[in-house]
Design a protein around this ligand. Structure first.
Ligand code: ZN
Length: 255
């Protein structure tokens, strides 16, 4: 099933489900027990928001061999984790703002796991049962600031630097799906999730040995090779086979 957050006529955001061309609200806890309300609205009348408001966004660097190489890095021996702030989240269709501090903002299309229950010290095997579903993310990165700072909070943390969505799919199989990223229709990134260095279970197990993951928290699983600069007026589309398409426009801040 596919789950969304949406608004109708500027109402308060609602959590809901998506089926064909209809969206409907759910009543209860998405990660606990809920029921689907009978009343639904046509998809075209709903405004989709980012599908979740997480307490944390965890990410992994250099999780595809070819991407580590293109930036001149070794593949790490253990996952290299970092965080993005929830304030960086942007919905499908939203505009990525290029900040004046950077002249090299890049796209990073990624598969994102959504945690479904409180997770601490799980094994890689058990981690799978802690995943609620999957969505698409674009880990927008100011590459020049990432290099200059030595740590990544500023480079990865600007408002609008975390496009996410359009929905969470609970039936998606992440074992061998093609991730692509196109800019203005031109293919920039393409890889199968099969080529991850550390698989999703291993990533979650590793993160959970450090911190407690809560329902709704996000785990970005790394980007493939082909990252490249975005410029004012671009349209960037991150797509994952069997999961969907995340589209965003790009604008220079203040332009
Ligand atoms: Zn990334």
């Amino acid at each position: 099933m596919r789950f969304v957050r949406f608004q109708v006529n500027g109402d308060a955001p609602r959590v809901g489900w998506l089926h064909e061309d209809m969206v409907g609200e759910i009543q209860g806890d998405l990660f606990g027990s809920f029921r689907r309300k009978k009343v639904s609205v046509p998809f075209k009348d709903a405004r989709l928001l980012a599908p979740i408001v997480p307490s944390k966004i965890l990410c992994v660097g250099r999780n595809y061999v070819e991407h580590a190489k293109e930036l001149g890095n070794q593949v790490p021996q253990v996952p290299l984790i970092f965080m993005k702030p929830p304030s960086s989240i942007l919905a499908d269709g939203g505009t990525i703002l290029l900040p004046p501090q950077s002249s090299q903002v890049e796209h990073e299309a990624e598969l994102v796991a959504v945690i479904g229950k409180r997770t601490r010290n799980v094994t890689a095997e058990d981690a799978k049962s802690h995943i609620f579903g999957y969505t698409i993310g674009n880990d927008i990165t100011a590459r020049d600031l990432q290099k200059a700072d030595g740590q990544w909070t500023r480079a990865k943390g600007f408002d609008t630097f975390c496009p996410l969505g359009p929905w969470i799919d609970t039936d998606f199989d992440p074992s061998d799906a093609v991730i692509t990223c196109r800019v203005n229709g031109q293919m920039r990134q393409m890889v199968s999730t099969r080529d991850m260095v550390f698989n999703i279970g291993t990533l979650i197990a590793y993160i959970s040995s450090v911190m407690t993951l809560e329902p709704g928290d996000l785990v970005f699983t790394g980007t493939p090779a082909g990252v490249n600069t975005l410029k004012d007026g671009d349209e960037v589309v991150a797509e994952i086979e069997g999961l969907g398409m995340l589209k965003n426009s790009v604008k220079a801040e203040g332009a």
